[in-house]
Design a protein around this ligand. Sequence first.
Ligand SMILES: C[S@@+](CC[C@H](N)C(=O)[O-])C[C@H]1O[C@@H](n2cnc3c(N)ncnc32)[C@H](O)[C@@H]1O
Length: 281
Amino acid sequence: MGKGKKVDSKEVGLEIGLIIFKYFFHEEHLHYGYWTEGLPRDLAHLVQAQENYSNFLISQIPAGVTKILDVGCGVGRLASKLINLGYKVDGVLPSAILVNHARNLLGDKSHIFECTFEELRTDNRYDLILFSESFQYVNLEKALENSGKLLNEGGHLLISDFFKTEAAGESPIGGGHKLVKFYDLVSRYPLKNLKDLDITRETAPTLNLANDLLSNVGHPIWNLIINYLTSNYPYLSKFLQWKYRNKIAKINRIYFSGALNAENFATFKSYRLLLYKEAKA
Ligand SMILES: C[S@@+](CC[C@H](N)C(=O)[O-])C[C@H]1O[C@@H](n2cnc3c(N)ncnc32)[C@H](O)[C@@H]1O
């Protein structure tokens, strides 16, 4: 990380998620998971759901693709799978910690660019640019612009991520570009839509697991900390609770109100698998 560069809170969130996931499941996925019909919706099957997701995504890669750019490749697990299947894969990551993970896993089989996708400049060209749950983090215009520059003629753009719906009210779940804005913008680029699958139903169950964990583990721990501070450091605690009242209210509203669930996800988000083909005249 460059001197003076501020640490991004979303990146910290991803890295915390990774530490917890690795400790409990001995796995290193950073995506929701794909809950097929009949797969029990519980923590014991989360890793299976995440494997299903990788397999589902791989099954959507068009024939003829060899060179892939995995944007926001996390720890490199998907890239590693793709390499084992015979694809040539490079990655892009702005997070120094994740870059180390990915480089350790992939070695010299892959080049990992340490920057945001928006900043990426290279002479390399790809048959497919893949955004697996990383599209919501990039600037829409810049991402589409840069994809056009980095794709080989007739190349593909594969996006798997959730977007915001037009549902009324405030979503308790953050993240995602507005789907209508994305459709409007992408229609102005020389990209032909080949697939647009709604996989909200298959991805949403992960939210109920997160909600369960927050209610049964996160909330009691949070309350214990607050009670400890209030009883042992009453003045400091009163001051901190006043100073950070908005942040505390937000934490309670988002994480501990039970609203972070599959039902709200399906109302406020639309998880799409989108495949486009570069179609320059
Ligand atoms: C939710 S994780 C998804 C990781 C992986 N693609 C997967 O499906 O498991 C989001 C990834 O996007 C990356 N990311 C965030 N902002 C980015 C940006 N502007 N350009 C490229 N990658 C970005 C993060 O570092 C992280 O690796």
